[in-house]
Design a protein around this ligand. Structure first.
Ligand code: CU
Length: 158
């Protein structure tokens, strides 16, 4: 079980490395944090990462949109668009039909995905979010304040 989770994380990191090497990609975040040690970085783009199906329903706007991590692995979000997004916890056990996020999601809230109201806050072009902890195993639904339900995904902490 542990090795399965580890290989998934390594695969995800390899994907991220490939994206980071894309010519013309933003090299420095315009705000936000440095990469945390061992963090899984989720790429964010309404344009690049289209709708996909998952066992949780439609997802999109994040790559990967279903993020599976071993407990304790930090997760960060990097905006690959030229306009703002957020990644914000929905605090629900499934995707709501309409956007439940209030304007509070536009500012940084919480530090762990197990907190129901966590949010990266506004991520400008190229910005990297503060690292979020994954201290509790569970399934955490999240979305973008501006673009839900088009932009949404799931963090699975094992
Ligand atoms: Cu968005």
């Amino acid at each position: 079980m542990r090795s399965l989770a580890s290989s998934f994380v390594c695969g995800a990191l390899a994907t991220i490395a490939a994206v980071a090497c894309t010519p013309g990609a933003a090299t420095a975040p315009s705000n936000g944090s440095a990469s945390a040690s061992g963090a899984v970085v989720v790429a964010v783009s309404l344009i690049k990462y289209g709708q996909a199906t998952s066992s949780f329903g439609a997802v999109g706007g994040y790559s990967p949109a279903v993020i599976v991590v071993a407990r304790g692995t930090p997760v960060q979000f990097r905006n690959d668009d030229t306009f703002a997004h957020t990644a914000s916890g929905l605090g629900s056990a499934a995707f709501p039909q309409t956007n439940p996020l209030g304007t509070a999601a536009q500012s940084l809230h919480g530090s762990d995905v197990s907190q129901p109201d966590w949010s990266t806050g506004n991520l400008g072009a190229g910005a990297l979010s503060a690292p979020l902890n994954t201290s509790q195993p569970g399934t955490y639904f999240f979305g973008c304040f501006y673009h839900y339900p088009t932009m949404r995904g799931v963090i699975v902490v094992r």
